[in-house]
Design a protein around this ligand. Structure first.
Ligand code: NAD
Ligand code: TYD
Length: 352
């Protein structure tokens, strides 16, 4: 094994996207020691990392980014060379019922990391980098046309997107004010293995398996731009290593789907996989009360990252959905574990 010469902190590495980023960096850079800091909230799951948890250059740290003293102490202990910050409350619907939890983790938690990095790096920023992983939702909602570029004004509509927008602003301000070297990426909706089944695609896969109704909000004519999670992890790797300091990059799938069309495609693919009659799962579609403040459309212009760093999505949507469905069908135990207990309460409150 190569000598370890860089210590990288990844926050939120037990979550959906974070676990793919941890795996990618661990398996690509044997000279890195990866520290995964995660509070293991309902969305964090060490099962996501079973295959890599015994590697010598990996350390899991259970901890909460809202705990200022704890965050300061781990930076002093390890003196990380870089931070890739993904830990967050990430679900819009939960932000509508408990907005303060989003301010605590997404804003205060990010502040604690920024302060600890600033303190321990002490203006010696050579080869240091703070990478903040954000969302396209900070830009608000598009009409029927247009795309979000890096110059689109922030216009968040949900407590989730407002908290992410706020954290983005703080990261940028630490760059301007203290010279902290940062990069920010704003990515569109991800899907893939390990996705927690409160978000549209994994929730509907789980409900189709169990022949439960598929709650489509409003008229289903809302549009999202979907990206396979491993393509996001590749983009994060690239931006972390080759992106320019004090820059923002948009990441997207060039892959817009109206919710209702996506749900119908999912039903069709699942009927094939489960040897059900074509059309059977579509019968489960139920139109329910709309989400308040529901953004009509998100779509990313990912030309900057394409031109500057050569990144583009590699997995097309049918192939990605196919892989995702197979993963959930092969990992029924994972699904059963995360849908027991607290999940049942959440589900019955949310969809009563
Ligand atoms: P997730 O909810 O699956 O995972 C979040 C992880 O953060 C979990 O492991 C959780 O335990 C951990 N966490 C939460 N609060 C914490 C705290 N206070 N201290 C330490 N750890 C804590 O989220 P995800 O979908 O993997 O998203 C990861 C990041 O990517 C988030 O910052 C999100 O805003 C951003 N993002 C997500 C998407 C998407 O489609 N899921 C798209 C663009 C950007
Ligand atoms: P979601 O996966 O929560 O991601 P986001 O809100 O961050 O885009 O939702 C994706 C789309 O699916 C969004 O338009 C809301 C819609 N949706 C439903 O129609 N029903 C559901 O049960 C869920 C969870 C989402």
């Amino acid at each position: 094994m190569n000598k370890i010469n860089r210590k990288i902190l990844i926050t939120g590495g037990a979550g959906f996207i974070g676990s793919h980023v941890v795996r990618r960096l661990l398996t690509s850079y044997s000279n890195y020691h990866i520290f995964n800091l995660d509070a293991l909230t309902y969305a964090g799951n060490l099962e996501n990392l079973k295959d890599i948890e015994t590697l010598a250059n990996y350390t899991f740290i259970k901890g909460d980014i809202t705990d200022e003293a704890f965050i300061s102490s781990i930076f002093k202990t390890y003196n990380f060379d870089g931070v890739i910050h993904l830990a967050a409350e990430s679900h819009v619907d939960r932000s509508i019922t408990d907005p303060l939890a989003f301010v605590k983790t997404n804003v205060i938690g990010t502040m604690n990391l920024l302060n600890a990095a600033k303190e321990v790096w002490n203006e010696n920023f050579n080869n240091k980098r703070f990478y903040h992983v954000s969302t396209d939702e900070v830009y608000g909602s598009l009409g029927e046309t247009g795309l979000f570029t890096e110059d689109t004004s922030y216009d968040p509509n949900s407590p989730y997107s407002a908290s992410k927008a706020s954290s983005d602003h703080f990261v940028r301000s630490y760059g301007e004010t203290y010279g902290l070297p940062y990069v920010i990426t704003n990515c569109s909706n991800n899907y893939g293995p390990n996705h927690f089944p409160e978000k549209l695609i994994p929730l509907f896969i789980n409900n189709i398996i169990n022949k439960q109704s598929l709650p489509v909000y409003g008229d289903g004519n809302y549009t999202r731009d979907w990206l396979f999670v491993e393509d996001h992890a590749v983009a994060i790797d690239l931006v972390f290593h080759k992106g320019k300091n004090q820059e923002t990059y948009n990441i997207g799938g060039f892959n817009e789907w109206k919710n209702i069309d996506l749900v119908k495609l999912l039903c069709k693919l699942m009927d094939q996989k489960l040897n059900r009659k074509q059309g059977e799962s579509e019968q489960l579609i139920t139109y329910v009360k709309d989400r308040p403040g529901h953004d009509l459309r998100y779509a990313i212009d990912a030309n900057k990252i394409n031109k500057e760093l050569g990144w583009k999505p590699s997995v097309n949507f049918e192939e990605g959905l196919d892989k995702t469905i197979d993963w959930f069908l092969e990992n029924q135990k994972w699904l059963d574990n995360v849908t027991s207990g607290e999940y049942k309460e959440y589900y019955s409150k949310m969809y009563k």
